[in-house]
Design a protein around this ligand. Structure first.
Ligand code: PGA
Length: 251
């Protein structure tokens, strides 16, 4: 399977001119890279124009966040239908930075259902705030998954991508170790297997948190993941190129 690399630009860059340059550099980087699926999630303000101007086939687009209501009084939000209309195929749901601003587990449940109704592929982000020796983070992740998926049918479940992003690794110096990710991947698949049966075994799981060209290959090779969710490094053209090139060696 081709690795899935999601570039979450968050609120970068500061101007439209820089956004165009970053996207151009990202395009060049993907043309030099191995076969992989690249998804770019620009800030909403740049999204439509970037997606409309892209004529290639190697990059797809994701919305960083949406509201589940079809329409209504949600100042500052974008609806799922508007995101679809702007040219995205994927949407991030439950990113830690949105959860920190009030997106609840119940909201992730509504968002998953709304995204699937509009044929967008949800990238559901889960992750614990901290770790303890007692392993409470496993129960925490199970609960985030259980609530988010409570309205999703097994057939639709197969479309969802899960991004495990331990909150303590987002913005940190170093990512979690691939060995720990391997353990978490097995846990996530088992949890979905318990809830939905064998679809859990073929699920796509991504890792996110402090990934760059130094850690991407190892995580992809040893972490039992099908891809990566990249934050800071995705907003720096040179780092994007180094990261994609570093994956060349991963089997
Ligand atoms: P980071 O962020 O790569 O900057 O740690 C990851 C994310 O928030 O998705």
């Amino acid at each position: 399977m081709k690795p899935l690399i999601v570039l979450n630009w968050k609120n970068h860059p500061a101007s439209w001119k820089e956004a165009k340059e970053l996207f151009k550099a990202t395009q060049k980087a993907v043309d030099k890279s191995r076969s992989l699926t690249l998804i770019v999630a620009p800030p909403t303000i740049y999204l439509r124009e970037i997606a409309a101007g892209y004529k290639g086939k190697r990059i797809a687009f994701a919305a960083q966040g949406v509201h589940w209501d079809e329409e209504g009084g949600h100042t500052g939000e974008m609806t799922v239908a508007q995101a679809y209309d702007a040219g995205v195929s994927h949407v991030l749901i439950g990113h830690a930075e949105r959860r920190a601003r009030g997106e609840t587990p119940d909201d992730t449940r509504r968002l998953l259902t709304a995204a699937l109704q509009h044929d967008l592929i949800p990238i559901l982000c889960v992750g614990e705030l901290e770790r303890s020796h007692e392993g409470e983070h496993f129960a925490f992740i199970r609960e985030q998954l259980r609530i988010a998926f409570s309205d999703v049918s097994p057939t639709k479940m197969a479309k969802v991508i899960i991004a495990y992003e331990p909150v303590w690794a987002i913005g940190a110096e170093e990512p979690m170790s691939p060995r720990e990710m391997h353990e978490m991947s097995i846990f996530i698949r088992k949890t979905i297997h318990d809830l939905y049966g064998k679809v859990g075994l073929s699920l796509h799981v991504l890792y996110g948190g402090a990934i760059d060209h130094r850690s991407a290959g190892q995580m992809l090779g040893l972490g039992d993941v099908q891809g990566l969710l990249v934050g800071r490094a995705s907003a720096d053209s040179e780092k994007v190129l180094s990261l994609l090139i570093s994956l060349q060696r991963v089997k």
